[in-house]
Each structure stands twice: as structure tokens, then as C-alpha cells.
Ligand binder design. Structure first.
Ligand code: ATP
Ligand code: MG
Length: 200
């Protein structure tokens, strides 16, 4: 049975923090591949201005093409309306019913999991993988993990890996301030962003 990871996010823009955890997940969980899924219109970010999905998707695609086990899907950006995780998982499970899907997400998402739609369906259709993010104490994450585990009677995998303190918010504000982002994003992304008129 193939094992594949699903790594969803706004990716506004994708950065080395994302790539680092994706790579760690790939090797620690011995996955065959990781599919990056940029969100279309993220339900929890409806109050924020998000860069056009086609641009975010295009940048992810450009960045992951160098790693053959990294893929990108336009499923969520092509879908009209909001993109819910349970629907994405349903889609991929139908597409490849014989694949064991791993849903990879940061501690920030685990902390707000009760705001997600159809959590039961999510836990029933994948192995849920959580990694740490700066700003969260490990003990708080582990507490939330065991609470959610007993509530849904499912095991959550905690990936205890070093975390890079990078966020898309940081990248966007640096670009706006005209600061250098050379070592926070892949080289080709930095070069492309310089030519494009996004985030300024
Ligand atoms: P923003 O600052 O706009 O919220 P972000 O950097 O948090 O952006 P998202 O697209 O919101 O990026 O996150 C997608 C996924 O990547 C989430 O699961 C999030 O926890 C994770 N993630 C984001 N940044 C990092 C990082 N530096 N290290 C590990 N995981 C990260
Ligand atoms: Mg975020």
C-alpha cells in the first residue's frame, strides 16, 4: 500500500519552513510522496486578504518541481467556494482508495481543530500528523493531542522535529519593507518574487 502525505495551506507564499517539515514528514513517516495543496478560499481566513490562488499555486509548483517526491494539486483552487479539509480528504480517498493518506499539519491547526467542519470524517479518512510550531509549548500540544485522541478515539502522530521560525506573514512583511528574504525561501522563489509585483 502506498503512503502519501497531504500538506494543505494557504502558502501565501510557500517558504523554507513548509519545505523543511514536508521533507521531515516524508522521511520520518517513510511516505512515497507529499502533495502540497494550496487552498482556494480558506474558510478560516475569510477576513484576510489572500493572494490570488493561481499565483500561490504557481509559486508552489515552481518550488517543488526540484524534489521528485513533492507534488502539488490544484484540487482546492479549482473548486468553487470554500475548501474544507474533510472534502479534500474524501476526494483523495476516492481517487486512490488503496493509498494510506497522512494529513500533515502544524500545531496551530491542532489547537483550533474544534472549529473545523466534520472532524470525525477527517480522522476516519487519514492518519493525522502534527508537528510543533514556534509559539506553542510542547506540553500544551501534547495535552491537546491526547484530548482530541480520546474524544475521537483515533491516534494522532506527533512529529517532534526542529522548527524554523518562518511564516508567510513574516515573508510578506519583509517584502513590504524591502528587506531581504534570501535564506527564508528557495532561491528560485526569491528571484521570481523580485520580478513579480506581489506582496509589495
Ligand atoms: P501565515 O503566516 O500567512 O499564516 P503560514 O506560514 O502559517 O502563513 P500557512 O499556509 O498558513 O503558512 O500554513 C500551512 C501549513 O504549514 C500549516 O499546517 C502550518 O502550521 C504549517 N507551517 C507554516 N509555517 C511553518 C513553519 N515555519 N514550520 C513548520 N510548519 C509551518
Ligand atoms: Mg498560518
Amino acid at each position: 500500500m502506498k503512503k502519501k502525505g497531504i500538506f494543505g495551506g494557504t502558502f501565501d507564499p510557500i517558504h523554507n519552513g513548509h519545505l523543511h517539515v514536508a521533507y521531515e514528514a516524508l522521511y520520518n513517516l517513510k511516505l512515497d510522496e507529499i502533495i502540497f495543496i494550496p487552498s482556494g478560499n480558506p474558510p478560516h481566513k475569510t477576513n484576510k486578504i489572500v493572494t490570488d490562488a493561481k499565483i500561490r499555486y504557481g509559486l508552489v509548483k515552481m518550488v517543488v518541481k526540484d524534489e521528485k517526491k513533492f507534488k502539488v494539486s490544484d484540487y482546492e483552487i479549482k473548486k468553487n467556494g470554500l475548501s474544507y479539509t474533510y472534502e479534500t480528504l474524501e476526494f483523495f480517498n476516492k481517487l486512490e482508495p488503496n493509498t494510506q493518506w497522512y494529513f500533515i499539519t502544524g500545531a496551530d491547526c491542532l489547537m483550533e481543530i474544534y472549529t473545523w467542519k466534520n472532524i470525525d470524517a477527517i480522522f476516519n479518512s487519514c492518519k493525522f500528523v502534527v508537528f510543533n510550531r514556534s509559539g506553542y509549548k510542547k506540553e500544551d500540544i501534547l495535552k491537546q493531542k491526547s484530548e482530541v485522541e480520546s474524544k475521537f478515539d483515533k491516534e494522532i502522530i506527533f512529529l517532534d522535529i526542529p522548527i524554523l521560525e518562518i511564516s508567510s506573514t513574516l515573508i510578506r512583511s519583509k517584502i513590504k519593507e524591502g528587506k531581504n528574504i534570501s535564506y527564508l525561501v528557495p532561491k528560485n522563489l526569491n528571484e521570481t518574487l523580485k520580478k513579480m509585483n506581489v506582496y509589495r
